[in-house]
Write a protein that binds this ligand. Structure first.
Ligand code: XMP
Length: 174
């Protein structure tokens, strides 16, 4: 599998993002909400670079996919510590593809009483967005290829890789 983004590139970019994000939330009650399961590595590495008080929450969202690149209906699952009333939210996801997941989650968090909702993604796929989502922090823009690693999976595998690789089409095409 071809490495698209190396461990060193990811870690260096996270340091830059943390330097951008930290000052925005100084003296504001912040909850970082990670979208399960893909955002786990991104969230863990980013929060350890943020030298500000914050809470961590997790929310489950899955768009059931038949083939790897075709999103299905979005299902919102359980939340862990996601009382965001009166708090500023930074929503973190692994990848912005069509935008369906983040579009719905932003609405959901706003309805829950968040004071503001900003969005950070590790990856943004070029030319795939169907739903308009304002993303405030982007790690890397990538071409329209199916990628795994650093939290991203295929059939729940490959998440543990410390870098991002392109999954060859013959591995997911039926
Ligand atoms: P949407 O279309 O809602 O998709 O923006 C976001 C979710 O789709 C999954 N996704 C991928 N997962 N490699 C993956 O491992 C990919 O290239 C990819 N593209 C989309 C992912 O779960 C993401 O949160």
């Amino acid at each position: 599998m071809r490495v698209l983004i190396t461990t060193e590139q990811i870690q260096a970019r996270l340091t830059e993002l943390a330097q951008e994000i930290g000052p925005q939330y100084r003296d504001r009650p912040l909850t970082i909400v990670g979208v399960l399961t893909g955002s786990l590595m991104f969230l863990a590495d980013l929060v350890r670079r943020l030298d500000i008080p914050l809470r961590i929450a997790l929310i489950q969202a899955s768009s059931y996919r038949g083939k790897a690149t075709t999103p299905g209906a979005l299902h919102l699952g359980s939340e862990v510590l996601a009382d965001v009333r009166g708090r500023h939210v930074l929503l973190l996801d692994d990848i912005l593809d069509t935008g369906q997941t983040l579009h719905h989650l932003i609405k959901h968090l706003e309805e829950q009483g968040a004071l503001s909702v900003k969005v950070g993604v590790l990856l943004r796929k070029e030319g795939r967005q169907v739903h308009t989502v304002r993303v405030d922090y982007v790690g890397f823009s990538i071409p329209n290829e199916f990628v795994v690693g650093y939290g991203l999976d295929f059939n729940d595998e490959y998440r543990q890789l410390p870098y991002v690789v392109v999954l060859p089409a013959e591995m997911y095409a039926s």
